[in-house]
Design a binder for this molecule. Structure first.
Ligand SMILES: C[S@@+](CC[C@H](N)C(=O)[O-])C[C@H]1O[C@@H](n2cnc3c(N)ncnc32)[C@H](O)[C@@H]1O
Length: 476
C-alpha cells in the first residue's frame, strides 16, 4: 500500500473529525444504540448530509455505497489499491475502518450484518467489546518487549504502543497481519514486528516482558471461522496458550489473556482452570466474568456470525448443542487470566468469580491486585503478626440488621474502588478494620480485640485476615 496514500488518507480522516467523539456526536445516542442492534436506518438518517464526516461514516463504518464525487479522498488511487471498489451506485469500501479509543484507526474486514453472505473462513474481525475488555485489563506498567498473540486487526498493539519499547504481533491468518499493518500505519504506530504463524511458533526461543492475547476462544465443534475458533479440541487453545506462555516470559514478565472454559458435569470449573495454571511456575489469577448455559452460548455465537434466520441455523444450533451435550457440558465460562513470572518458589494460583462492575481500567491497578494475592500467600504467620496493616482508601463498612437492633445481623466490607469486592466479616475482622491504620502491629491489636470479646488470645493470625489481605480489604 503506497505510504503517501495512507498518509493522506489518515490526514483526511483526522481533519474530518472521523474520531470516536466525532462519530458519536454525529450519530447521537439513538442511532448509535440502533447500530449496536445491527439497525442501520437511524445512522443513515444521521449521515444524510453529504458533508465529509457523514460520507466517511457511511463509507468506512456503515459500509454502504456513496457517490464517488462526495468522497473527500483520492478515490481513483484507493480503487487501484483495492480499499474501495466501484459499483453501479458509487464506491464502496472493501474494509471496515473505524476510529479507536487510542486516537488511532483499526482496519478489519467489513462487519457482517443479518442477511449478508456467509463469512469467509479467514475473516478478520474488527475491534469490539472483547478487544476493549483485554485492553483495559492489561497492566499499564511500561515494558521492554511485548507480544500480541492473535493480533487480528492489530488493536492491542495500538494500546501497547507507547508502553512497550518493542512489539511483536503474530497471527495464524496472513490477511490479519496485512490488515493489522494498515491499522498501525493509519494510527502512526511504527516498528511493529509482525509475523504470521500459529500460537508461539513465530516467536520460538524468544522471551517477553508482556504477552497479551485475545485468542480464538469460541468453543465449537469445528473451526469454521479463524478469528474466533482455533481448531483445537474444545477449550484446548486457551489451555495450551496458558501452559506454554511461561516459556516465553522473561523474568518478572506477565501474560494477560481473555479465555473461555467448559463447565463439565462432575468437575468444578475452578479446578479445570486452576489445573491449566498449576505447574506453570508462575503466580496465576483467573477470573470468571460470566458464564452462559449451552443454548445461550450457541445462540450468541451463531448471532455473532449473522447466522440467525439462515437455512442452516437450526442444523448448526442442533449440532453444536449435541456436541456440547456429548461432553457433559453444563455451561461455558469466560473471563480474564493473568500469569506473573514472579520468580517465587511457591507460586500462588487464585481462581475466582467476579461478576460485578469493576473500576476501569483494571490495568491501572492489576499489579496491586496480583501483589496482594501473592503477599497474602507468602507472608508467614510471624511476619503477619508483626505487620502494621492498614485499610486502603475506598473500603467502607456496612452494618445490616433490623432497625433499632443493638447488634447488626451482618457486617459487610465493601470496596468502592478497584475490583469493588464485598465480603461479610465477623466482629473480630470488623473491629480490626476499624483500628488498622498502619500504626500498630497486628499482634497487640488482636490481643486487645480478644480481651474485649472475651476470646482466647491469638497465637497465630486467623485465616480470615490473610483472606482480607489477598482481597485488598487490608494492606500489608
Ligand atoms: C478474537 S481475534 C482477536 C483479534 C484482536 N487481537 C483483538 O483483540 O480484537 C483472535 C485472533 O487470533 C487469531 N488466531 C486464530 N488461531 C490462531 C492460532 N492458532 N495462532 C495465532 N493466532 C490465531 C485469529 O486469526 C484472530 O485474528
Amino acid at each position: 500500500m503506497p505510504a503517501d496514500l495512507l498518509d493522506r488518507l489518515r490526514d483526511r480522516l483526522v481533519e474530518s473529525d472521523y474520531s470516536i467523539d466525532g462519530v458519536r456526536e454525529r450519530l447521537g445516542d439513538v442511532a448509535a444504540t440502533a447500530l449496536a442492534r445491527e439497525e442501520l436506518v437511524p445512522a443513515l438518517r444521521a449521515t444524510r448530509d453529504r458533508d465529509a464526516l457523514g460520507v466517511l461514516i457511511r463509507l468506512w463504518w456503515l459500509g454502504v455505497p456513496v457517490p464517488a464525487a462526495d468522497v473527500p479522498l483520492d478515490v481513483a488511487r484507493l480503487v487501484e489499491t483495492g480499499l474501495l471498489v466501484a459499483e453501479a451506485d458509487g464506491v464502496r469500501a472493501t474494509v471496515h475502518l473505524q476510529p479507536w479509543e487510542t486516537g488511532g484507526y483499526v482496519v478489519s474486514d467489513r462487519k457482517v450484518r443479518p442477511g449478508d453472505p456467509a463469512l469467509r473462513h479467514d475473516h478478520v474481525v474488527g475491534a469490539g467489546g472483547a478487544s476493549a475488555n483485554l485492553a483495559q485489563l492489561v497492566s499499564r506498567r511500561p515494558v521492554e518487549r511485548a507480544l500480541d498473540l492473535g493480533t487480528g486487526c492489530g488493536v492491542q498493539v495500538l494500546h501497547l504502543a507507547g508502553r512497550a519499547e518493542r512489539i511483536v504481533a503474530t497471527d495464524v491468518n496472513p490477511r490479519a497481519v496485512e490488515l493489522a499493518g494498515l491499522s498501525w500505519r493509519l494510527s502512526g504506530v511504527g516498528d511493529v514486528d509482525a509475523r504470521a504463524g500459529s500460537m508461539f511458533e513465530p516467536v520460538e526461543g524468544e522471551r517477553f516482558d508482556l504477552v497479551v492475547s485475545n485468542p480464538p476462544f469460541v468453543i465449537s465443534p469445528r473451526e469454521r471461522l479463524t478469528y474466533r475458533e482455533s481448531g483445537f479440541e474444545a477449550d484446548g487453545f486457551c489451555r495450551d496458550l496458558l501452559r506454554l506462555a511461561p516459556r516465553y516470559l522473561a523474568p518478572g514478565g506477565r501474560c494477560q489473556v481473555l479465555a473461555s472454559w467448559l463447565h463439565v458435569k462432575g468437575e468444578d470449573w475452578r479446578d479445570r482452570v486452576g489445573g491449566w495454571l498449576a505447574g506453570s511456575g508462575c503466580d496465576g489469577w483467573a477470573v470468571q466474568r460470566e458464564a452462559q448455559d449451552p443454548a445461550e452460548y450457541v445462540e450468541l455465537w451463531l448471532r455473532d456470525a449473522a447466522e440467525q434466520g439462515t437455512p442452516a441455523y437450526r442444523e448448526r444450533y442442533d449440532e453444536w448443542l449435541g456436541w456440547l451435550e456429548s461432553m457433559d457440558v453444563t455451561g461455558i465460562g469466560f473471563g480474564w487470566i493473568t500469569l506473573h513470572d514472579s520468580g517465587a518458589l511457591d507460586p500462588v494460583i487464585r481462581v475466582e468469580e467476579l461478576t460485578q462492575k469493576v473500576e476501569l481500567p483494571v490495568g491501572g491497578y492489576v499489579d496491586d491486585v496480583l501483589a496482594a494475592i501473592a503477599a497474602a500467600h507468602r507472608v508467614s504467620d510471624e511476619e503477619l503478626m508483626a505487620a502494621c496493616l492498614s485499610v486502603p482508601d475506598g473500603v467502607l463498612e456496612e452494618r445490616i440488621g433490623p432497625p433499632g437492633a443493638d447488634d447488626p445481623g451482618q457486617i459487610v466490607l465493601r470496596q468502592i474502588r478497584g475490583l469493588r469486592r464485598t465480603t461479610s466479616v465477623g466482629t473480630v475482622e470488623a473491629a480490626l478494620a476499624g483500628v488498622c491504620d498502619g500504626g500498630l502491629p497486628l499482634r497487640p491489636l488482636l490481643a486487645a480485640i480478644a480481651e474485649l470479646t472475651g476470646e482466647e488470645p491469638y497465637g497465630t493470625p486467623p485465616e480470615s485476615i490473610r483472606a482480607l489481605v489477598a482481597e485488598g480489604f487490608l494492606a500489608l
